[in-house]
Design a protein. Sequence first.
Length: 197
Amino acid sequence: MLPVRPVTLELAPVRLVPLGLEHEAGLKRAAADGDLWNLRVTSVPEPEQTRAYIETALQGREQGHRLAFAVLDSASGNMIGCSSYHDIVPAVSRLEIGWTWYARSVQRSAVNTTAKLLLMTHAFEALGAQLVGWRTDNFNFASQRAIERLGARRDGVMRHHALRRDGTVRDTVMYSLTTGEWPEVKAQLLWQLARPR
């Protein structure tokens, strides 16, 4: 797998650009659309933690295990969310997609499908990933449904796996998609985006 380097990816209605400190105000506005930091099972930063959230992402990029993206509305340029490549393991050509959240006003739209199509296409077709993974909180049922709609397969549950922001310990549901499964999944995602709504 090739090294994961900052890149801009675009397909209407979204543009994904490497997350930077210049996105702090936009990230706060996107999270405020639904007060998303109040959701117990997500990674959305509280307003006063937004800068630290970005700094942590940038540190992960420096260390080579995370590349965070600001998700922008391609027409207006407004920030509407965030997503990342993370747990990047070049030795086995594997990475995960996560730290994903969107402003409430764009949830259940074409935004997530389009952003994930861009990220998976880049991972499999440009970087040469052999496997893309996802993980989510066992109580984040909306996230589980969204990952399953993308065509990922549920691998299992890692019990007592990670701390939530409230100090409780979550079980983590793991999903993955292999390079051999990608062509059919890509065709399905393109069909979903093209069909009349």
